[in-house]
Design a protein around this ligand. Structure first.
Ligand code: IVH
Length: 751
């Protein structure tokens, strides 16, 4: 054997022995007889005896037992693991294809590799010298978690592949669980009274995150390779389809249903055909991924933000099923809102068994004309929350019953009122209603709020029944003797609960604010409030104007502002004239009586109005001073802190010793401080709210209308009137791409 062949054999032997060690020591499930293992070991020792300089400290001859574990340490991906843009119909796919061809400057069809979008979780495998050295989850795309020990238990992940000794490669793919394994796993869990998984993807993810690889090994997972990250010392094929063939030859599972398609018709046909096969596959897929086949073209296309321009996931429409409504019950929430919930004949939809479906409110019931006994078509919205799409009137049984809003709260008997404007019906019991109190306390104790371990619904209900607790601050005054005296509590649980309560006292301002249950304030809003006010007292004293500023004159929208500008241009000469006289002579078009009166009130003379117009102060604008907090939320916050009983509870909580560190001040030197942006149109990769959050996080202000002071207009597709205005005023316009570059490098923002 040549030296290089011998080195290769050495590496392969080490890999194989390591794998056997792992099976033997960690999994307790050896797959070869001892004699075979010994033979491999002897061969390795022989090579190392001949070449003592090849011995490394991690050789199985130098170590005892299994490999060292690096479980869940952070691993940096050499090439980031990107995500994919989505298309939801043929038009969106066609738009993607058009963009690709435009960028490549090509009229003829582009060739795509098409394959399933596996519904599992992405991992990256690093092979060094052909030996599996590391496996990591995708994490945030740049860094993931080391799950090598767990991935070694997956039979379709080869522990050694035939590659040069000095090579290194990252192989990317998806870990999935088959329907069969999933059902078996849940049956087992049910028998043992353990938690069942909602779907195979969660089960696969949960299995990979096990601390004990033996648990992972007991849950059959499958790995499909679909790509390559960093490569060193190997010539890999130059097309996406070539990669897959090559990976298959190396011993990986790759998508069986894959093809190269050219043009829209072929792409559509592949989508339709895989859609038909979907139900018969052994595992979940949720769409087709199309990737420009040529790697050279991929390079030219590059990527935006976190997704490549050369690939798209064309999702399948959500799965739909038929089922029957057995009953409708009304649940009382934290704010007293009564939510109708349909109890349906359980059905499996998109891999999850659905038995309860929210009907949201009475309006929704009336709109869809839902009755008890009806057959309904259901799906999971965004593949998560189950919803009723429609009733099948032809299947309505004769005894179907209308759903009536109860006159009295099902929990406390108080009157139920239905707000005519809002669709919501509410129990008027307030904190007298045990359901509202229970939900308020449950919310307070929940993970994202005060995170009080061990305080579940059962205990809360019992505390309320026994009058041990009325409001959340009473939790911190619970007496150990009272607790121990409760049925099923015992000294140990009581001590644990008291300890959790003690621990929860050290919190953060945003958690505390979220925990208070201020209507419309979710955890993200709470976070913004904490960052902005930094101090509870400042927030308690804040007025509406501290959140929202109104600029300009009521009734002046962008159209009227423009019309007024034109009018002013024609009346430049008559500056000192009183406004009402000027209007009497020549009225601006499209501005009604009432608005003219408002203008006259705001600006005594024409010159006053001219000055305001120059500063862009005519148009009515709502400026939010705290990111993400509009007038509705602001009103709700101010109203909440005005109520005496809320303040009593808050003081009670502070007296009990709840405390938090002062949140860090937002950096003054944030790169976009002092800059103002307006966003319009549709951006390909994020919603306008997300775009706004990204900008405010960098210190920028985001307003709703373009003026001379606007730093730049971010214009997605179909910009409209704001775009015209920006062009007119000479405000720089950034398209989606330029915006992505700005987020990457805010220092390059327009001046
Ligand atoms: S390619 C740059 N191919 O989808 C391309 N991803 O939304 C990035 N996924 O995190 C991935 N099946 O977990 C690719 N055939 C497939 C896939 C696939 C499933 C997942 C993957 C990724 C996510 C992106």
């Amino acid at each position: 054997m040549s030296d290089s062949d011998e080195r290769k054999r050495l590496a392969a032997l080490r890999a194989e022995i390591n794998q056997h060690n792992f099976r033997y020591y960690v999994l307790d499930r050896p797959t070869v007889p001892d004699a075979e293992y010994d033979a491999l070991m002897r061969e390795l020792e022989a090579i190392e005896a001949e070449h003592p300089d090849w011995i490394t400290p991690d050789s199985p001859t130098q170590t005892v037992g299994a490999l060292p574990s690096h479980a869940f340490e952070t691993v940096e991906h050499q090439v980031p693991m990107l995500s994919l843009d989505n298309a939801f119909d043929a038009d969106e796919f066609a738009a993607f294809d058009r963009r690709v061809r435009e960028r490549l400057g090509r009229d003829e069809p582009v060739r795509y590799l098409s394959e399933p979008k596996f519904d599992g979780l992405a991992i990256s495998l690093t092979y060094e010298g052909g030996i599996l050295a590391r496996a990591a989850t995708r994490g945030d795309g740049r860094r993931g978690e080391d799950v090598t020990d767990n991935v070694r238990t997956i039979e379709t992940v080869p522990f050694s592949i035939d590659l040069p000794a000095d090579s290194r490669i990252e192989i990317r793919g998806e870990v999935v669980m088959t329907h069969e394994s999933f059902a078996e796993l849940n049956r087992r869990a049910e028998r043992r009274g353990e938690k069942v998984f909602a779907n195979p993807r969660n089960a696969a993810a949960g299995s990979l995150r096990q601390k004990d690889p033996r648990v992972t090994a007991s849950r059959p997972l499958h790995f499909f390779a679909y790509g390559i990250g960093a490569v060193d010392g190997i010539d890999v094929p130059e097309t996406q389809s070539g990669w897959l063939d090559w990976l298959e030859q190396l011993g990986f599972s790759v998508a069986e249903h894959r093809d190269r398609v050219e043009g829209l018709d072929e792409a559509r046909a592949f989508h339709a055909s895989l859609g038909e096969k979907r139900a018969g596959l052994a595992f979940d897929i949720d769409g087709v991924v199309y990737k420009v086949d040529s790697l050279a073209d991929q390079q030219r296309l590059g990527f935006v933000a976190r997704a490549p321009r050369w690939a798209i996931a064309w999702k399948f429409p959500a799965e739909e099923k038929l089922t029957q409504i057995r009953d409708v019950e009304f649940q009382v929430g934290r704010t007293g809102a009564l939510t109708p919930v349909a109890r349906v004949e359980p059905v499996a939809v998109g891999g999850v068994t659905v038995a309860n479906i929210t009907l949201h409110n009475m309006d929704e019931i009336e709109r869809k004309d839902v009755r008890i006994g009806d057959w309904v078509r259901v799906r999971r919205a965004g593949d998560v929350i189950p919803e009723i799409i429609e009733v099948l009137p032809e299947k309505r049984p004769d005894d179907a019953r209308r759903i009536e809003l109860p006159a009295n709260c099902p929990e406390c008997g108080s009157e139920v009122l239905r707000d005519e404007e809002q669709a919501v019906a509410r129990c008027t019991g307030g904190l007298f209603c045990p359901a509202q109190r229970r939900e308020a306390i449950r919310h307070f104790a929940s993970r994202k709020a005060m995170d009080i371990d061990g305080l579940g619904e059962k205990w809360i209900t019992l505390f309320l029944e026994r009058n041990l607790v009325e409001h959340v601050d009473d939790l911190f005054r619970l007496d150990r003797d009272d607790l121990v005296a409760l049925p099923r509590m015992g000294a140990k649980s009581a001590d644990n609960l008291l300890e959790s309560l003690e621990k929860a006292k050290q919190t953060t301002l945003d958690r505390f604010l979220f925990a208070l249950g201020i209507p419309l304030v979710g955890s993200e809003t709470a976070d913004e409030l904490a960052k902005h006010f930094r101090d509870l007292q400042a927030l308690r004293e804040a007025a509406f104007e501290d959140f929202i500023e109104h600029k300009g004159v009521t009734g002046i929208g962008p159209k009227r502002a423009e019309s007024l500008q034109d009018w002013l241009a024609e009346h430049k000469a008559d500056g000192s004239a009183a406004l009402h006289e000027a209007f009497a002579e020549d009225r601006p078009v499209g501005v009604d009586e009432k608005t003219l009166a408002r203008l006259e009130e705001a600006f005594p003379t024409l010159a006053d109005m001219q000055r305001a117009a120059e500063k862009g102060q005519l148009q009515n604008e709502t400026i939010t001073k705290v990111p993400g907090i509009g007038p509705e939320i602001a009103k709700s916050i101010v109203a909440f802190f005005k109520q005496d009983h809320n303040n009593e509870v808050i003081d009670g909580l502070l007296d009990a010793g709840i405390h938090w560190p002062t949140p860090e001040a937002p950096a003054d030197d944030a790169p976009l401080t002092g800059k103002t942006f307006v966003i319009t149109g549709t951006l390909p990769n994020m919603t306008r709210d997300e775009a706004s959050d990204r900008l405010t996080a960098l210190g920028a202000k985001v307003t709703s209308s373009v003026s001379k002071k606007t730093t730049a207009l971010i214009a997605g597709e179909a910009g409209g009137s704001k775009l015209d205005k920006a062009n007119k005023l000479g405000v720089p316009v950034l398209d989606a791409e330029a915006f992505a570059r700005l987020l990457d490098d805010p220092s390059a923002a327009p001046g």
